[in-house]
Design a protein around this ligand. Structure first.
Ligand code: JB2
Length: 194
């Protein structure tokens, strides 16, 4: 198992910890959060450093995952992703063993696929996305980088969601739609047109 640090130690981090523990590919060595939280623990894992310590941490830990969540704007996740990558961390794809990801789909660096997600054939998912619990992404979809597909979202076949988008919990996007960058879809929406 390789070592990994988690950047951001709140609610989303707790969900990702559960995925990483189930996946059993990485050993979590600590959390990176705000100065005032160092010395506290998140589900038993210590907050060991702040963002300023990343250049030093990369000398001993090779992998990182951005575990700050995103409800709306992805700016903080993008900043932390770029900071960690520029420091030299590997930002792996993390996939829950409870998810199904078609072998005919591709997922880029730093994206986390949570429990009970279904990603069907010929899907492309960009870097640093959250594909949250129970989301369904049907065939031939493209999900742009830095997007959050929230819990129980349904993205039907052939949909393109451009980068930095937020699709709220339970939303349904009908087939073949193309959503613009920075799209914000409210929880529970039925999206039939752009
Ligand atoms: O600049 C930062 C920074 N700013 C806030 N650097 C680092 N390393 N950490 C930062 N944080 C930390 O992110 C906060 O101190 C806190 O520990 C964490 C945010 O936790 P919170 O529980 O408020 O939100 P979240 O982003 O983990 O989860 C949101 O998004 C998820 C997708 C929640 O709304 C969840 O309900 C949602 N499932």
């Amino acid at each position: 198992m390789e070592d990994i640090i988690l950047i951001g130690g709140g609610g989303h981090c707790r969900s990702v910890i559960d995925v990483i523990e189930q996946e059993q590919n990485f050993k979590i060595v600590g959390i990176v959060d705000k100065q005032e939280l160092t010395g506290t623990r998140v589900l038993g894992y210590p907050v060991i450093a702040t963002d300023d310590d990343l250049p030093e941490l990369v000398k001993t830990v090779t992998h990182a995952c951005i575990t700050v969540g995103q409800v709306g704007r992805p700016d903080l996740r993008i900043k932390l992703f770029e900071q960690a990558r520029d420091c030299g961390f590997n930002l792996p794809v993390i996939v829950s063993p409870r998810a199904y990801v078609s072998e005919h789909s591709e997922i880029k660096s730093g994206t986390v696929v949570m429990h009970d997600v279904l990603i069907n054939a010929n899907v492309s998912i960009g870097e640093n996305c959250i594909i949250n619990s129970k989301a369904l992404i049907e065939h031939d979809c493209i999900i742009g980088a830095h997007s959050h597909i929230s819990t129980r979202v349904v993205i039907n076949g052939g949909v393109t969601i451009a980068e930095r988008s937020f699709i709220g919990s339970g939303a349904i996007v009908i087939e073949q739609l193309r959503l613009n960058p920075d799209c914000f879809i409210k929880a529970g929406s039925l999206v039939k047109s752009t």
